[in-house]
Design a protein around this ligand. Structure first.
Ligand SMILES: Nc1ncnc2c1ncn2[C@@H]1O[C@H](COP(=O)(O)OP(=O)(O)OP(=O)(O)O)[C@@H](O)[C@H]1O
Ligand SMILES: [Mg+2]
Length: 249
């Protein structure tokens, strides 16, 4: 186990918007940690059970709980901290109370988000929930970052704008993004992760690794990422992307 890694961290991957890549990211984070020798637990809080099926059929040694009720989620998360190094949670694709429960327990919240305007707009609601969880917890937990996902290669300009627009929502944005990749889309069907898919997945694997290393770095430092991202975003026009400034810090 890397000596620098802070154990007993809980990472929740949340967004009420469906199909943004929560399950894909959550499962990759979990496998990445167990391959480094950590004891990993996974809470599948989404009634569709897609991450549970993926983990079970792949046979990874990950302690798996499928639980959508908020109170059991809180209790399970508390118990798992005593026995596991890393807890990863996959949130549901709607604004369920289970998401709120995850945010009350998590150290880090990752918010995958596509780069379309509707996705960024609906993510504002998610960010509000994260900020309210911080209020309830009377502190800065959970730390949180937006992860831009399913980014099309041919939309560099929009991507850059979306990156900055996401910053306007009041959360830092991971510098590394997950582009729309065939290998990533195939990984659940093949019951594996992109870095175990061979040559055809080299680019997807590199991209995923860079993102996970970035997330891990923030987790270890326990600081917000991309210092100044909000400041940078201040100079941009929200109207251009019609992103409402709905979240007050
Ligand atoms: N980077 C990517 N490149 C290509 N396809 C992707 C990528 N990320 C996710 N997908 C695919 O997009 C679809 C939605 O992803 P995923 O299931 O991870 O989203 P989700 O947010 O968990 O959805 P839900 O809200 O329904 O639980 C899946 O078919 C997945 O394989
Ligand atoms: Mg999912």
């Amino acid at each position: 186990m890397p000596a620098s890694f802070h154990t007993r961290d809980m990472i929740a991957v949340v967004n009420q918007k469906g199909g943004v890549g929560k399950t894909t990211l959550a499962v990759h984070i979990a496998v990445w940690h167990f391959e480094q020798g950590h004891r990993v637990a996974f809470i599948d809080a989404d009634g569709q059970s897609s991450s549970s099926r993926w983990i079970k059929t792949a046979g990874w040694p990950i302690t798996l709980f499928t639980e959508t009720r908020p109170d059991p989620i809180i209790e399970i998360a508390k118990d798992l901290r005593a026995t596991h190094d890393v807890i990863v949670a996959d949130g549901p694709g709607n604004l369920a109370e289970s998401t709120r429960a995850l945010l009350l327990m998590a150290d880090f919240a990752l918010v995958p988000c596509g780069v379309t305007v509707p996705e960024l707009e609906s993510t504002a609601e998610m960010i509000r929930m994260i900020k309210n969880a911080r209020l309830v917890r009377a502190g800065a937990s959970p730390q949180a970052s937006v992860v831009l996902t399913r980014v099309r290669n041919d939309r560099f300009v929009l991507t850059r704008e979306a990156h900055e627009a996401a910053g306007l929502l009041g959360l830092p944005v991971c510098a590394n993004v997950l582009r729309l990749r065939e290998a990533t889309a195939d990984s659940p069907g093949q019951r594996t992760v992109v870095w175990n898919m061979g040559r055809k997945a080299t680019v997807a694997a590199k991209e995923m690794n860079q993102l996970l290393e970035e997330i891990d770095k923030y987790a270890r430092k326990k600081t917000d990422n991309i210092a100044g991202s909000d400041r940078r975003a201040e100079s941009l026009s929200t109207e251009r992307l019609a992103i409402p400034r709905v979240v007050n810090a």
